[in-house]
Design a protein around this ligand. Structure first.
Ligand SMILES: [Zn+2]
Length: 101
C-alpha cells in the first residue's frame, strides 16, 4: 500500500472529511480503492492538501502554547491517525512526546 492510500484510508476512518464537500471524501475513497495516481490531476489537487497538516502544537497547564510550526506528513501523519487523535488535534512527534512527559 502506498503512503497516500494509508493516509487517506486512515483519514476516512477518522471522519476527517466530515466538514468537507462530499466530493472530497469520494476522491479520497477513490485514492484508497484505486490508488492516488488513478485520480485526475484536478482530483489530486483537491485531496493532496490532506496529505500533510500543520502541527496543532501543545500547551501545558500554566504555560504558553508552543506555537509549533512543524508540518506533519507521510508516516508521521499515519501514526497520529493510528493513535486516534482528533483530526483537529494532530501533533508532530516532538509535541506528542513533550505532552506525554
Ligand atoms: Zn509540533
Amino acid at each position: 500500500m502506498t503512503i497516500e492510500r494509508e493516509i487517506f484510508s486512515a483519514l476516512i476512518a477518522q471522519n476527517a472529511f466530515q466538514d468537507e464537500k462530499p466530493s472530497v471524501q469520494s476522491y479520497a475513497q477513490l485514492a484508497v480503492d484505486k490508488g492516488f495516481r488513478a485520480l485526475s490531476s484536478k482530483q489530486q489537487a483537491v485531496v493532496s492538501p490532506f496529505l500533510q497538516k500543520k502541527c496543532e502544537g501543545m500547551k501545558k497547564p500554566n504555560e504558553k502554547h508552543n506555537n509549533c510550526q512543524n508540518i506533519i506528513g507521510g508516516r508521521e501523519l499515519v501514526t497520529a491517525l493510528e493513535r486516534s487523535e482528533q483530526y483537529k488535534g494532530w501533533r508532530c512527534e516532538s509535541c506528542r512526546s513533550a505532552a506525554e512527559k
